[in-house]
Design a protein around this ligand. Structure first.
Ligand code: BGC
Length: 412
């Protein structure tokens, strides 16, 4: 199963999840009194441990440790990016996705930190020196505090702020040769969890707020797209979109499936369809409408592992007629039990979609490193590379070597 000649292979991270030392709306929320109190009482509940596979308690931090829920120094990637990119290169990776931390670049409204811009210039140069193509996410969910205080995603001028911040980083980094830009990571996921489900900061449950946040992100993307194209029309700009494969049996369930697809999978993409050069596909989930997933294999987070869904979500993107880069796909698998199988099966399905004419040009596994999985914290282990959170030692997992063999042959 040969892959196209210039197919890109690599992995993804995001700033708040791996850098460490961030000061933003999330880091403040993680340490807030109400959050800590809530966690402490949940940890004490009888049966708390039963929610997790037993082996996740063998490593530190586990779901029972408060440190698990505080991003702190995370994988210290901010200081160890050279070492981490050496690993990526040794594994044959030819591309890498990372995000810029807005709170570092613009710590105060309108004040841009040249030192931090320089930091990301060094990050980009480190990738370029190793022959690794950078994919840069402009915004992977965390906000500077001044913007949080203005209302975050609901701030009236959020799109303007977003476009200005985009310009500030695209100018210097595109000069270093960054060609691929992802404005926003998973707009539906961040707005849903923060404004509808009450799960992530600012923990609102309000449909109108949710809808407004989503609209602001649509404007923000379009404004940023135009600003970037003005800097250099040849740059490739898109978003990373979380796509879920829904299955349904029976007439009524099929109608629900259709509505679900329109709403979750296609709405945002339709809204920005004249403002994107490629589609970044993030894919994790499969859903059986009107029934239950079979769950034959599951990850440590008890998410179903169903690589066949990859084929279907790719086929569904055909109508946009744009190149597709898979910008995330992966699993929490501390024991590295399923990762090799999961990568291979996902790649088989990608290959099939390519054979059938879908223009897929790259695959970035989530993630290069074990990282901070948002409200779940550190225990879900998504890395091709394991992080010992006490010593910060890096250990390449066996599946990463298997993935590397595929990369080096460009063939499965
Ligand atoms: C997000 C990542 C996250 C991953 C695994 C995606 O929705 O972009 O930040 O770690 O899923 O949950």
């Amino acid at each position: 199963m040969a892959f196209p000649k210039n197919f890109l292979w690599g992995s993804s991270t995001s700033s708040h999840q791996v850098e460490g030392g961030n000061f933003n709306n999330w880091s403040v929320w993680e340490k807030s009194e109400s959050r800590i109190k809530n966690l402490e009482s949940r940890i004490k509940e009888p049966g708390f441990k039963n929610q997790f596979p037993p082996y996740v308690f063998d490593k530190w931090p586990s779901p029972s440790d408060i440190e698990n829920y505080i991003s702190g120094k995370s994988a210290d990637h901010y200081n160890r990016f050279q070492e981490d990119f050496d690993i990526a290169k040794s594994l044959g990776h030819t591309c890498h996705r990372l995000s810029i931390e807005w709170s570092r670049i613009e710590p105060k409204e309108g004040e841009f930190d040249e030192k931090e811009i320089k930091h990301y210039q060094q990050v980009v140069s480190a990738l370029k020196e190793r022959g690794i193509e950078p994919f840069i996410t402009i915004w992977h969910w965390t906000l500077p505090l001044w913007l949080r205080d203005k209302g975050g995603l609901l701030a009236k001028d959020f799109p303007e702020h977003f476009a200005r911040y985009s310009e500030k980083i695209v100018k210097p980094l595109s000069k270093l040769g960054v060609k691929f830009w992802i404005t926003i990571n998973e707009p539906n996921v961040i707005t849903g969890a923060s404004y509808l489900k009450g799960q992530w900061p600012p923990q609102k449950k309000n449909y109108f707020a949710y809808n407004k946040a989503l609209k602001n992100l649509i404007y923000a993307h379009k404004k940023s797209y135009s600003a970037i194209k003005k800097i250099d029309a040849s740059l490739n700009v898109g978003i990373a979109k979380n796509q879920i494969f829904a299955e349904a049996k029976g007439f009524f369930n099929k109608i629900i499936k259709h509505l679900f697809n329109q709403y979750w999978n296609f709405n945002f993409l339709n809204k920005i369809k004249n403002h994107q050069d490629f589609i970044g596909l993030n894919h994790y989930f499969h859903k059986t409408i009107g029934g239950n997933n079979k769950n034959e294999k599951t990850s440590d987070m008890r998410w179903e592992l169903y690589p066949k869904a990859m084929y279907s979500v790719l086929k569904d993107l055909e109508k946009y007629n744009k190149p597709v880069y898979i910008t995330e796909n992966g699993l929490a698998d501390m024991r590295d039990k399923h990762r090799e199988w999961f990568i291979k099966e996902s790649l088989k399905n990608i290959h099939q979609a390519i054979e059938e004419g879908i223009d897929v040009r790259g695959y970035m596994h989530w993630s290069l490193l074990d990282n901070f999985e948002w409200d779940k914290g550190f225990w879900p282990r998504f890395g091709l590379v394991e992080i010992d959170h006490k010593t910060l030692e890096r250990t390449i997992r066996p599946s990463a070597y298997k993935f590397s063999e595929i990369i080096k042959q460009n063939d499965l």
